[in-house]
Design a binder for this molecule. Structure first.
Ligand code: HEM
Length: 226
């Protein structure tokens, strides 16, 4: 199992799997109406809504999956699982960018005044926008060089923003659905459990990892625990 998780091929396969939702979306954009796809994969009457929903769904999934890695790593006793967390987090940002770009380009057609009004007035847009903005410093500082430059302590403090972003994303989802709140509540429950787990671990380990002033090594930089 360990050699499977450390293989560069496994990482490549996970990368390709993470690209599949984008590939399917891209494919549908150019082959809309082709037989062989289930109904729920059809672009339907409102392609913009379809793309917004699909990219939003994948953004929130990829936000939650990396949060589950530290507890899974402990439960399954598979330390190497952490190797995948940064990549999965970056895919969350990638799908959130597509989601946001769909809103900017296709939905609002670059009408900046209208967009700004929406950000200020519609509460689900306000929190979605905030969730997205919080992801930007995380994506920018995800390289090994940036981790070393910031130092383990500051990097970890900054990357705790991922929990805030995930909570806001769940609120965004909850506020935008009209009737069936089961899915947003499911995400909110997952995030709450993962955050609670994290708080227990932080309380237990406070101050033990990376003593002050100690920047992580390259290997640690790949797997710093937030
Ligand atoms: C971390 C960032 C974000 C995440 C994870 C996220 C997630 C989601 C999810 C899960 C949905 C619902 C998908 C479904 O119903 O199947 C959604 C819908 C939507 N999101 Fe986001 N979102 C984010 C940021 C944003 C931003 C920045 C905007 C625009 C400023 C935005 C605008 C929308 C809109 C317009 C919808 C569709 C609303 C409707 O159907 O009435 N989202 N988003």
């Amino acid at each position: 199992m360990n050699s499977f998780l450390t293989s560069k091929w496994t990482k490549a396969v996970v990368f390709v799997l993470c690209c599949v939702p984008f590939g399917v979306l891209f494919w549908r954009a150019f082959h809309n109406g082709l037989a062989g796809f289930p109904d729920n994969m059809d672009f339907g009457a409102n392609p913009i809504e379809f793309i917004t929903h699909r990219t939003g769904d994948w953004a929130i999934r990829f936000l939650v999956i990396p949060l589950a890695i530290p507890p899974l790593r402990q439960l399954l006793r598979q330390r190497q699982l952490i190797r995948f967390r940064r990549m999965l987090g970056l895919f969350a940002f990638f799908y959130a960018c597509l989601h946001f770009a769909t809103w900017i380009g296709l939905d609002k057609q670059f009408d900046w005044t209208e967009m700004w009004k929406d950000v200020l007035k519609r509460r689900f847009i306000t929190v979605g926008f905030t969730a997205f903005v919080l992801m930007i410093p995380l994506a920018v500082t995800s390289t090994a060089g940036m981790i070393r430059r910031l130092g383990g302590k500051r990097w970890r403090a900054l990357h705790r923003l991922i929990y805030a972003s995930a909570i806001l994303a769940a609120i965004h989802y909850y506020w935008l659905v009209k009737s069936d709140v089961r899915k947003p509540l499911m995400y909110a429950t997952f995030i709450t459990i993962l955050l609670a787990w994290r708080l227990v671990v932080w309380a237990r380990d406070r101050g033990q990892h990376f003593p002050q002033g100690t920047a992580p090594t390259r290997r640690q930089a790949e797997v710093p625990s937030t």
